[in-house]
Design a protein around this ligand. Structure first.
Ligand code: GUN
Length: 292
């Protein structure tokens, strides 16, 4: 069994990006600039955004954090987006999700200029991704494919089961895994809350990508010996022994599943670090005006 070290791969990629930025600056170009909008004080969102800002520093990017309180109006948020769309110095920006209930996430996402949508959530980017055109691919799916590629994991002709159908992970990763491309070219089955016989379907899988947000869902009896397991789960489970008061739990019963696998990602330290790193790659693309 090989443990996939997402942290190590992400650090390598961030060094590659920093070297690319050094070259851009030496050529008289400006540093890529990522802006992030954070609404409210959700613990998870605060941590993610702080990690994104720190990663920008590691990559040599400029970053700007714009904060609003929970009671911000949709109109104010749309105005901030419009300013960022028109700000020539900002190459790409994100609005950290989830947003408070009184704000339409879809309206916010669609207000972002797709050429600055480094999250890859805008319908133009989603549509382009689904037909294999150059675009910003959303960060977690892109990070998963990067891991498969860097670990030389064969995907062509393999049976891939995706657990979960979210717009952020399940749907886009299923789309990418079936694309005529490497990694990709797999036969993909997407399972969700209405799927019958989920255990039997998983047992047929050469690759399982678990993105349900259900701690320990994938058990040893669902895994074919030699399978590749990618765990996208990051549920915060209360843990009084930790300073933070919680620990991150994946969707896979790691202890019992890991001995069966050829490759497996741990939680934390697997897919998580790759997600931020993919956002950095998209920001570099935005800084190079590669998506238009
Ligand atoms: N919330 C959870 N994941 C993400 C992400 O990738 N981007 C944004 N903007 N919000 C998120």
């Amino acid at each position: 069994m090989t443990l996939i070290d997402g942290k190590k791969v992400a650090d390598t990629i961030k060094e590659e990006i920093a070297a690319e930025v050094d070259k851009m600056v030496a050529n008289g170009q400006k540093r890529p600039h990522l802006a992030a909008i954070l609404v409210g004080h959700d613990g998870g969102s605060e941590t993610y955004v702080a990690n994104k800002v720190r990663s920008c520093e590691q990559c040599g990017f400029t970053s700007t954090l714009i904060r609003f309180e929970d009671d911000v109006t949709e109109e104010t948020l749309l105005e901030a987006i419009s300013r960022l769309n028109n700000d020539k110095d900002v190459d790409g920006f994100i609005v950290q999700l989830p947003l408070p209930k009184h704000i339409s996430e879809q309206k916010i996402i669609e207000a972002i200029d797709y050429r600055k949508d480094v999250d890859g959530f805008h319908p133009v980017n989603v549509g382009r991704m689904s037909i294999g055109l150059p675009c910003f691919v959303s960060a977690t799916p892109a990070g998963i494919l990067e891991l498969l590629s860097r670990y030389d994991i064969e995907t062509k002709g393999k049976r891939c089961v995706v657990l979960g159908r979210s717009n952020i992970v399940g749907k886009p990763v299923a789309t990418l895994m079936m694309q005529k491309h490497n990694p990709g070219d797999a036969t993909v089955t997407v399972c969700h809350s209405a799927t019958k016989d989920i255990k039997e379907i998983c047992r047929e899988a050469d690759i399982i990508i678990a993105a349900l947000g259900h701690p320990g869902f994938v058990t040893a009896d669902m895994v074919k010996p030699g399978a590749v397991i990618i765990d996208v789960g990051t549920t915060r489970v209360p843990d009084a022994s930790r300073k933070s008061g919680f620990r991150l739990c994946g969707d896979v019963d790691f202890e019992n599943v890991a001995p069966l696998c050829s490759f497996i990602t741990p939680v934390p330290g697997g897919v998580g670090p790759m997600t931020i790193c993919s956002l950095m790659k998209n920001t570099l693309l935005a800084g190079q005006h590669a998506i238009y």
